[in-house]
Design a protein around this ligand. Structure first.
Ligand code: CTP
Length: 463
């Protein structure tokens, strides 16, 4: 009999399998076995006449599915929401859809309902819908509400508490978590009013995913405004519901902050890293249930809750602490390690003697590269950062190769970006096969997105 291994499948399919497996708490191999068993059963019942089309989720009827209310807004990205229904189902969700009036110009309630396996709702004043379920139950008989695409208009209405149609009425009435996937023209996205509304929604506890950068539907338009991919939205949705356990039983090591290299008892060579991104990653990993060790240079930040912190000053101390903290499943190197240190550290304060002294430097160990090249005890996933001021992606790709890590998060740290020391970050996730540009977002959101990705990647070989 011909044999096929998971490795031979294409990348997209593997990613879908990982997502499914992660959400069902199975290894990818077990997930494949379950799918095959279920397909065989479906085929048998189909042969017997009148088998089910696609039960939701067909392979585990004994387990209560999570319930997602998907609100589809009126934008061209609405066609991707049909795919999102499937991705959410793959993650173990039962999906119920609401389409705004504008959404119905792009997709039909019939298509959404057929994919979801139950009727799609459209009208606040439809007596049939109100009799069936009513907008209050629609808002509450769910575990999560996902809005995709969330248009500028829908965002504005939400931020201001409007309730003049079924979607906004349900959103105002809900007591459940809400995930928003905006999609709009880049000018509408950067408009002050949109950003103001988003700030309000975030302050109200709404989680936002995307939009991503890229080509727009309008010919010749590009920028930030594309809806996040259905797989990303589904991963974020599932993580929101299972967030506290996605990394349970995993050990995650994070480096953060600057290193400080002494020259004499009072002077150091240091850099401007605040440690905000590394600390946010450690906090997000701990929130996802991981056992986290944070090795940090001197920063003015509180220790993240639930994290073991190992404070260090120099690059050599950081390497020693990292070695001591191993083994780990994942190692994320967010520290801005000083590349060089003074060759000699003066025991006494260096005094002025006419001419300024010449300071000889020697190279520090490369911690990321040392760990990534380990022959034994290498963490399964080694992730570096690339702080660049020019050719961000090109340099990040080169770093990925040279340092031997699995992923690099590249960011532009030119002073104009305000990233060094600021609260926001714009990163590109560079892997051996792909470059994904994430939208500008808070360092907390970057951390959360990264940890969701890490959980998905680890699920591939879950013991
Ligand atoms: N890094 C490290 N040890 C070092 C230098 C860097 O672990 N001695 C890690 C950082 O934590 C980061 C990645 O390597 O994850 C890239 O750091 P970056 O400063 O962007 O690159 P460098 O290796 O220092 O190269 P260059 O300064 O030439 O860009």
């Amino acid at each position: 009999m011909a044999s096929l291994t998971v490795r031979q499948l294409d990348e997209k399919l593997k990613q879908r399998l990982r997502l499914r497996a992660a959400k069902n708490g199975r290894s990818v191999e077990d997930e494949v076995r379950t799918i095959l068993r279920s397909a065989a059963a479906d085929a048998e019942s189909f042969a017997g006449g009148g088998g089910p089309a696609r039960s939701v989720p067909s392979e585990q009827p004994q387990k209560a599915a999570i319930r997602v209310l998907l609100i589809i807004g009126g934008g061209i990205a609405a066609y991707k929401s049909l795919d999102l229904i499937r991705r959410l189902q793959d993650g173990g969700a039962r999906v119920r859809c609401v389409l705004t009036r504008a959404a119905q110009h792009f997709v039909t309630p019939l298509a959404a309902g057929a994919l979801a396996g139950q009727r799609a709702y459209t009208d606040l004043f439809d007596s049939q819908s109100e009799f069936d379920i009513g907008h209050i139950r629609l808002a509450r008989d769910t575990d999560l509400i996902v809005i995709a695409p969330a248009t500028a208009d829908l965002i504005a209405k939400m931020a201001n508490g409007h309730a003049d149609d079924l979607a906004t009425a349900a959103l105002l009435a809900t007591d459940k978590p809400v995930l928003l996937a905006p999609a709009m023209n880049p000018h509408m996205w950067t408009a002050k009013a949109t950003q103001r509304n988003l700030m309000q929604l975030k302050a109200d506890g709404v989680r936002v995913i995307g939009p991503n950068a890229g080509e727009m539907a309008e010919r010749g338009e590009a920028g930030i405004g594309r809806m996040a991919e259905p797989l990303e939205i589904a991963a974020a949705a599932i993580a929101m519901l299972h967030g506290s356990s996605a990394l349970a039983g995993r050990r995650v090591l994070v480096t953060s902050g600057p290193t400080s290299e002494p020259l004499d008892p009072v002077r150091v060579l240091a850099n401007r890293s605040s440690g905000k991104q590394g600390h946010a990653i450690a906090a997000a990993a701990a929130a996802a249930g991981a056992d986290v060790v944070l090795i940090s240079g001197p920063v003015k930040l509180a220790d993240p809750p639930g994290v073991t912190v190992m404070p260090i000053e120099t690059a050599q101390q950081m390497l020693a602490a990292v070695e001591k903290a191993l083994p780990a499943d994942v190692a994320i190197f967010a520290a801005a390690v000083a590349d060089w240190r003074p060759r000699q550290v003066s025991a006494n304060k260096i005094k002025k003697h006419g001419r300024p002294p010449t300071i000889a430097l020697i190279e520090n160990p490369d911690i990321l590269s040392t760990i990534a090249h380990k022959k034994s005890g290498r963490p399964r996933l080694v992730i570096g950062f690339a702080a660049e001021t020019a050719d961000v992606i090109g340099n990040a790709k080169a770093k990925l190769k040279k340092k031997g890590c699995d992923w690099v998060l590249a960011n532009d740290v030119s002073p104009a970006t305000g990233i060094m020391g600021g609260d926001r970050n714009t990163v590109h996730l560079v892997t051996a096969t792909d470059v994904e540009s994430w939208p500008p977002q808070s360092k907390d959101d970057v951390a959360r997105t990264l940890i969701e990705r890490v959980a998905l990647a680890l699920a591939d070989n879950k013991p």
